[in-house]
Design a protein around this ligand. Sequence first.
Ligand code: SF4
Length: 414
Amino acid sequence: MAQLDTREKLAILADAAKYDASCASSGTAKRDSRDGKGIGSTEGMGICHAYAPDGRCISLLKILLTNSCIFDCHYCINRKSSNVRRARFTAQEVVNLTLAFYRRNYIEGLFLSSGIIRSSDYTMEQIVEVARSLREDHDFRGYIHLKTIPDADPELVRLAGVHADRVSINVELPTVGGLRRLAPEKDASRIEGAMADVKTAIDDRKDAAKRYRSAPGFAPAGQSTQMIVGADAATDRDIVGRAATLYDRFRLRRVYYSAFSPIPDASAVLPLQRPPLLREHRLYQSDWLMRFYDYRPDEVAAAADEATGMLPLDIDPKLAWALKFRQHFPVDVNRAPREMLLRVPGLGVKAVDRIIATRRWRRLRLEDIARLTVSIAKLRPFLIAADWRPVGLSDRADVAPLVKPRARQLELFA
Ligand code: SF4
């Protein structure tokens, strides 16, 4: 490996880390000011954002320890057979960088992942050493998110949880078949075994904390995982089902969906095109429905097209479900239980809570609901208010065009 200075390593290892989703991503126009014109950038690597349990958005230095790897996962730019420029930080270098950026107020924490060097245990030891040194040698109290390696010794994974706020283990692909085909050195049962160990350690820590005030902490921000979308043939229905199982079995805080992006020098087994970014967005919306809107996984899956198993791209999954199951509507905003109000397209959790609080004192009219939502036109066919009843509208076969967002002309050179 060529001798590189810290700045060069940082450029390589921050760029290599961008494929790890640690925060929900979304598409936007590419802009930067590297040519000296303007200010700001939508493309910079190296700093990502996460949400603390109290809702604060915190900036994290997001890097890999190394982009060298002994594995050859087809979808990964850092795989053994890839032709990328390699770099490697020592644990001490990552500690120094984190502290330096923290002192300059650029970041409030660290997100650290790594390719696998020598062995899973060796790599995990280096990752743990970064977190240990930050916590014990420097009394670092900022946020630490560590990606852990499922094959590593469980004791090393446990130590990662002792020092980190959040640990994550990537399931990588939604189906076992996809994992076998695209990441042949990885093993779905070992990944799930590591997740189960982390869950047990988090539960043990909660029990211990009830008995002893001084019980040592363990990953207080829980564990998360990432699934790559569009690299294999898994449908949205498969992905929703897999995410639901992971939430249920391992009590994950988050499942991140990362739209596969074709990489330079890609393996021939991968698709040539990335899936639409909107697909990733629709999956995040379906995830939201399960976590905050009380939809069962099979209900979210039912919003998908029966033949293809894919969620529609032109409307959100909540609206797709409402259009498909019209027999549940209209919902009376003055009488319906909370779980039915949450099903009304266009009504968010806060709006539903406001409706429930207000209707204790008076009957709600359509204009009251209009104040709580962006577009009352989307809601009209689905609700009843004191002065509104969608006579004829809720039974109309062609109600979809009335509530779908208007199609926008795409920009040719966007
Ligand atoms: S183990 Fe991780 S870094 Fe290595 S090739 Fe697979 S996905 Fe990439």
